[in-house]
Design a protein around this ligand. Structure first.
Ligand code: FAD
Ligand code: FO1
Length: 486
């Protein structure tokens, strides 16, 4: 802590950094003053968006409840404002006499505009602003192509190489104590609308958590510790098998900042050190580190190319003749395509709010290439369901699968039957999510389609399309469309 700590009333505005430890902005706020009060704004533009998922809001509220208790344990508090932060936050800051509002910046286009608007309102009221970076190991702009042209990267591999060379920050500690509002200040805060964290029911959220991680900082840390001790060493193999819990399950915590990225990175470095003489285990750790770098890549490109949020990166995909059959889309959403691996994955998503990464790639390829449906329909549906739904990662994943993004491979088509056989060889995952197939032999499950009579007897379906036919068709449509651009 610095020697110049004041007793100014300082607000720390939480958004997707719902924790006390390894929080760079919060640490800076406590360097300024011991009287730091947390604020969260229930933002109607985010909560009423048509792509919001009950699972995600429920997870977020769970994190906020824990954060509220953590602030109280410090001797301070978390205030919740219900309404547009452009008006509610400056009103509160002025009313209670805050000198400064701190926050951590975000890469999303909506966040950037919101933050500019809030900053302007605060400046009008002579309130200082301190906004820095926290959610990435390396801030957007730190990783650039070369000193000569100094551009942001659009391809992962060179980004990764450069990113890996940069020195890394350590986590910053959590504050240990704080000074609360006076009773008079609290009364004013309540008069301008400050409330406690609402229950799920108050916000009209009904979600019976199907996702295995509890919300909050403590659960995220416990999950990281568990993963670091064991599964990380087998990750490069196990991550492809959806029937295992071979991945960290940390995506909602990383989306909402229930855990800090420096703390996560440090865990990977410890794990790398532990297994330094074991080649296979080192591959596991390195592969997991790569996934964290994908996260940084997608957020960094979202920052520099915000147009990614609006549609395809590659020009030829902007007027691609998608067929967009609503009945096929409905069958995909409900897990009723007749392709067991696709249907199992969609049912996992619908029931738990989470889907295994291998399956995300399979269902995305199936929607775009087999059903010829615009990837943005799938992107939106994922956001409406996913507990970890994140604009940058989701958009990156969908553009990668649709072949419309920055990925250099021109066309990527997965065969859903081959994928099922390869990554769920014993059909354990398929049977878990498609109970109607529990008694069907594995080789029949992977056989590429049941006859209508067999399907009916199992209460399952015949495939809604024939992959071989659709693949050929899609390639033809693609070829013809591409010619327009050559
Ligand atoms: P782990 O395998 O343990 O990985 C660790 C962390 O790295 C993840 O928690 C996540 O933060 C990050 N990560 C892993 N893979 C990726 C990736 N490909 N891109 C970016 N970050 C990654 N991830 C999201 O967090 N939110 C999304 O909305 C999202 N949508 C996706 C949509 C599609 C079509 C695809 C193909 C992938 C998507 N992903 C998304 C990436 C990936 O599927 C999830 O991050 C992962 O399945 C989460 O499980 P985990 O935490 O166990 O991951
Ligand atoms: N952040 C907020 O500050 N207030 C909210 O009400 C809020 C709701 C929300 C719902 C779903 C979701 O995925 C994220 C949500 N967030 C919310 C976090 C959001 O990701 C950040 O505020 C971003 O900075 C917005 O671009």
């Amino acid at each position: 802590m610095s020697d110049t700590i004041t007793s100014d009333l300082v607000l720390f505005w939480h958004r997707r950094d719902l924790r006390l430890s390894d929080n760079q902005g919060l640490y800076a706020a406590f360097e300024h003053s011991q009287k730091v009060i947390g604020v969260f704004c229930l933002d109607p533009q985010l909560l009423n968006a048509d792509d919001v998922a009950p699972a995600r809001v429920s997870y977020m509220l769970g994190c906020l409840r824990e954060l509220e208790a953590s602030y109280q344990a410090l001797g301070s508090r978390l205030l919740v404002l219900d309404g547009d932060p452009r008006s509610t936050l400056p009103t509160l800051a002025l009313a209670i006499g805050a000198s400064t509002v701190y926050w951590n910046r975000d890469v999303e286009p909506y966040a950037r505009q919101r933050d500019r608007d809030v900053a302007a309102e605060l400046r009008d009221r002579q309130i200082a602003i301190e906004a820095g970076w926290d959610q990435l190991m390396h801030i957007p702009g730190a990783i650039r192509t070369s000193t000569v042209d100094n551009k942001p990267y659009t391809v992962f591999t060179p980004f990764r190489k450069n990113w890996s060379r940069q020195p890394k920050n350590n986590p910053v500690p959590a504050p240990v104590q704080a000074i609360d509002l006076t009773p008079a200040e609290l009364q004013i805060a309540e008069q301008v609308g400050a409330i406690a964290v609402p229950s799920d029911a108050t916000l009209g959220i009904e979600w019976d958590a199907g996702f295995p991680i509890e919300p909050g900082e403590a659960a995220a840390k416990a999950r990281l510790a568990e993963f670091e001790a064991d599964a990380i060493f087998r990750y490069d193999v196990d991550r492809n098998l959806p029937c295992l819990s071979g991945t960290s399950g940390l995506s909602p915590a990383l989306k909402f900042g229930a855990i800090g990225i420096r703390e996560v990175w440090q865990a990977t470095c410890r794990a790398a050190h532990t297994c330094r003489n074991n080649v296979a285990a080192s591959d596991g750790v390195r592969t997991w580190q790569d996934e964290l770098i994908w996260r940084e890549f997608y957020q960094t490109v979202m920052y520099f190319f915000p147009e990614l949020a609006d549609g395809p990166y590659r020009e030829m995909w902007r007027d691609f003749p998608w067929e967009n059959d609503p009945r096929k889309f409905q069958a995909w959403r409900e897990g009723r395509t007749g392709y067991p691996i696709v249907d199992a994955a969609m049912r996992q998503l619908n029931e738990t709010g989470w889907m295994h990464n291998r399956c995300r790639m399979i269902v995305a390829s199936f929607l775009t290439k087999d059903l010829c449906i615009d990837w943005r329909w799938g992107e939106r549906y994922f956001m409406q369901r996913l507990v970890d739904g994140d604009l940058s990662a989701n958009n990156g994943g969908w553009q990668w699968s649709a072949s419309s993004g920055m990925d250099p491979k021109p066309l990527r088509i997965f065969n859903p039957t081959t994928q099922g056989k390869k990554f769920d060889p014993d059909a354990i995952y398929i049977r878990r999510w498609l109970p109607e197939l529990r008694t069907l032999e594995t080789k029949r499950i992977h056989g590429g389609g049941l006859t209508p009579i067999e399907a009916q007897s199992y209460g399952y379906l015949t495939p809604i399309v024939d992959h071989a036919v659709q693949q050929k068709r899609f390639k033809e449509i693609y070829k013809q469309h591409k010619e327009k651009y050559s």
